[in-house]
Design a protein. Structure first.
Length: 85
């Protein structure tokens, strides 16, 4: 499955990239699977996605849950929750 990943704000800075296209392995079906796959890269990826840090995910510009199924060609945006005050 081909996915276009977009990283915003702090995540963009941490990962040193704003976007990338990946060919997800056959084991990736849901957003949670994708996050686990990214964490398996190790280093900052594991720290970010396995350390209980908060983030949000949108598929094709709609906020989704971790249980949402991915589809080929999807745009997946990952970002920190926004707070105001």
């Amino acid at each position: 499955m081909n996915l276009q990943l977009l990283y915003f704000a702090q995540l963009r800075e941490k990962f040193g990239r704003a976007q990338e296209t990946i060919e997800a392995p056959a084991s990736v079906h849901t957003v949670a699977d994708l996050i686990a796959h990214l964490a398996s890269r190790g280093g900052i990826w594991q720290e970010t996605f396995s350390g209980g840090q908060a983030f949000r995910v949108a598929i094709n510009q709609d906020i989704v849950e971790l249980t949402t199924t991915l589809s080929d060609g999807a745009e997946v945006a990952i970002f920190r929750p926004v707070t105001g005050g």
